[in-house]
Design a protein. Structure first.
Lengths: 188, 188
DNA sequence: GCTGCTTCTTGATTTTGATCAAGTAGGTTT
DNA sequence: AAACCTACTTGATCAAAATCAAGAAGCAGC
């Protein structure tokens, strides 16, 4: 989700609508490894990443399994928990010192109900999130771990520059040992 | 997505809004195995399943991999292709003779732009689709094939009653042989 | 600089599910 | 009913990745 991009590309907020949004955003600084959202909590706040990065992960049998990595302009939080206002099944933590602009659930609902442009943007964001999730779902269903590794290098090389390898391993659905062997195998 | 349920539960359409929707829905009958959408085509039509069932699947190396199964009240089509109006990467086919109510992309956009209730419903449908996709993504990432099999039996036993096993196998990310062995193993 | 921790790599072995191959059972068509 | 097709099962072998184990390399704090 590149919200900032979408905003000006797909909808035309009036300056009043823009002002209403900006007034609600408050800056916040997350320390490295600080949890933005913990499993079991309801995600009542959602934010845009201005500078930095974050990781979404599940905890299964004491182990962390990375679901996604977020960088600048992405929305930080659990959409599933935020939309439903039910406890989150995933954790969200900053990978490094990260600057965000956040707003609360009630503020977002207020924008939806009072500004058609933001209601529409909400729909488009949800659609984009869905498309992104479906693409990931497809890669987990159709592709071998090895192909997922090669695709990630090809399509998102920056992930390897900014995210520790053992986090990437669980994202690919493999162990760190297997990732290490892929790297060896495809090193040229 | 249980649209019909959602409609009355989460939003309050006026009778005018309801009438506008109903006027656009046209009935259609899909024969068993008839394709509703083919890979490469843009999904310009979306429908509600009144009676029957359908399967979404990818084709990889000449093989079909089932992504999802749809039953009564579900929305049939590719959301990703429909939302983006880009070629679909998946196929949609009826599993049996299936009655649907369908409408076109332009009609849906018209509803979104002219009726706040439908714009809002569009957002909520997109959110629900996202949550559903994320849950599936999580099971593919976190769970073993065996656990996915056991969860499917537990949570959606009706799938085993209405869908051929070899379709279910690829949905679980395993071969028909492995599914057959799980069934043997857990038969009590 | 050293110490200790975390990350990453490498090797040996085991496990899981895929593949290959064959056969059985149910339905449908003629 | 016979022939055919599709769906499903069962068995033997193979391949991929996990696990177990150990070590190397990078870094943070003292």
């Amino acid at each position: 989700m590149r919200v900032i991009d979408n905003i000006e590309i797909v909808i035309q907020p009036t300056s009043e609508e823009k002002a209403a949004l900006e007034k609600m955003l408050r800056p916040r600084l997350l320390a490295k490894n600080e949890l933005f959202l913990k499993e079991g909590e309801v995600c009542t706040t959602i934010g845009f990443i201005e500078q930095g990065s974050a990781r979404l992960f599940y905890i299964v049998d004491e182990r962390e399994i990375s679901k996604d990595f977020l960088f600048e302009n992405a929305i930080i939080g659990s959409f599933a928990s935020f939309f439903s206002q039910l406890p989150s099944s995933l954790n969200v933590a900053a990978l490094e010192e990260t600057h965000i602009l956040e707003m609360d659930y009630r503020q977002v609902m207020y924008l939806y109900d009072h500004y058609p442009a933001w209601q529409k943007l909400g729909r488009i964001i949800a659609q984009d999130q869905f498309i992104r999730s479906e693409r990931r779902e497809a890669s987990l269903l159709k592709d071998s771990p090895e192909l997922r590794y090669l695709s990630l290098i090809e399509e998102h090389p920056k992930v390897f520059k900014r995210v520790p390898l053992h986090y990437i391993a669980s994202y690919l659905g493999i162990t760190p040992e297997t990732l290490s062997r892929y790297r060896q195998k495809f090193k040229h």
